[in-house]
Design a protein around this ligand. Structure first.
Ligand SMILES: [Zn+2]
Ligand SMILES: [Zn+2]
Length: 155
């Protein structure tokens, strides 16, 4: 008798977890479908596409003494001959990796004079993707947590 009641409570725990997982999966699925819906007008671009656009507009160059700038205003260190840098349209120069990081974190403007580096449309599309990725990440964490809980019940 005891074995049967233990079996039933085990079954109950399993079915609760199963339904929670099912609901979570539906939520995740619904979210990804909404993201892909072309009628929503929410275009997204990936980090690779975003960096490619930056590269197209402001190609990476090797630093030489011919460039007027001597210091990168993002990391405040002096440029050295051969450093990979980008010179923006406003003639401000930064390390490639410093500027790329800056442009991914903030609205795409020159760190010094705030001249636009990319159009608002492109930046908005990129930040939209970043927000979506953050949401998906939390869902995945929740599913991982639940499935490790499920393993505990089974073992
Ligand atoms: Zn720098
Ligand atoms: Zn500038």
């Amino acid at each position: 008798m005891e074995a049967i009641s233990r079996f039933i409570s085990h079954l109950c725990a399993l079915s609760i977890i199963f339904f929670t997982l099912l609901i979570l999966e539906i939520v995740v699925l619904a979210r990804s479908v909404a993201g892909l819906n072309p009628n929503s007008g929410k275009r997204v671009i990936t980090t690779t596409q975003y960096l490619k656009l930056i590269e197209q507009k402001n190609p990476t160059i090797c630093y030489t003494k011919k460039l007027k700038a001597t210091e990168c205003s993002v990391c405040f260190s002096d440029f050295e001959e051969g450093d990979k840098v980008r010179e923006l349209k406003c003639k401000h120069t930064f390390h490639k990796h410093c500027l790329d990081k800056w442009l991914q974190q903030y609205w795409a403007t020159c760190p010094l004079c705030r001249t636009k580096v990319l159009s608002d449309d492109v930046v908005a599309s990129y930040h939209r993707l970043k927000n979506q990725v953050e949401y998906d990440g939390s869902d995945e964490e929740l599913i991982f947590l639940l499935s490790s809980l499920q393993d505990d019940v089974i073992s």
